[in-house]
Design a protein around this ligand. Structure first.
Ligand code: SF4
Length: 176
């Protein structure tokens, strides 16, 4: 199966209850053979309306920080642990994350990224990790995973912002 076909299947998915309140699913976007995959928590309002990941305020902040470090967001495959917006932007429930994880596993299998960057606690938890492991290269099940803060948290807190930028620099310099 190709990435495009997988995205079409995700758009039709009703594996968990989140399909009922979505405008549309947000499968993710980026090159089929992206070297780095960025994974956040869930689509927000803007993402739900546009059908694209990380296009709201936090997404623009992420794109801006990547660009300041010399990277274009088009180089990355960007997605979330759940592909449909939880009502009112609540945290996705564990059963929703579990239901959607099959899609994420398929995406990882197709893209084969050299590095997976997990943005925030929910993304980390979906891979059995947590923010205490932030800033380290973690080898797990044949993958290299790196945990950092979610851009929404980093853009609101000056201290976290500095750490977040340093983390991106560290993570990406290993690959590019
Ligand atoms: S969140 Fe994931 S599992 Fe749930 S309906 Fe959307 S695509 Fe399907």
């Amino acid at each position: 199966m190709k990435l495009e076909e997988l995205s079409s299947r995700i758009r039709e998915c009703r594996r968990c209850g989140l399909w009922k309140s979505r405008t549309q699913a947000v499968p993710g976007e980026g090159p089929e053979k992206a070297r780095v995959m960025l994974i956040g928590e869930a689509p927000g309002r803007e993402e739900d309306l546009q059908g694209r990941p990380f296009v709201g305020r936090a997404g623009r902040f992420l794109t801006q920080q990547l660009s300041r470090l010399g990277y274009s967001r088009e180089n990355f495959f960007i997605t979330n642990v759940v592909k449909c917006r939880p009502p009112g932007n609540r945290k996705p429930r564990s059963e929703e994350i579990k239901a959607c994880h099959k899609w994420l596993e398929e995406q990882i299998r197709l893209v084969k990224p050299k590095l997976i960057i997990l943005l925030g606690a929910t993304a980390a938890e979906a891979f059995g990790l947590n923010l205490k492991e932030r800033g380290k290269f973690i080898k797990k099940e044949g993958r290299v995973i790196f945990v950092t803060y979610h851009p929404a948290g980093a853009m609101r807190n000056k201290k976290l912002k500095g750490i977040f930028i340093q983390d991106l620099k560290k993570g990406l310099s290993k690959i590019f």
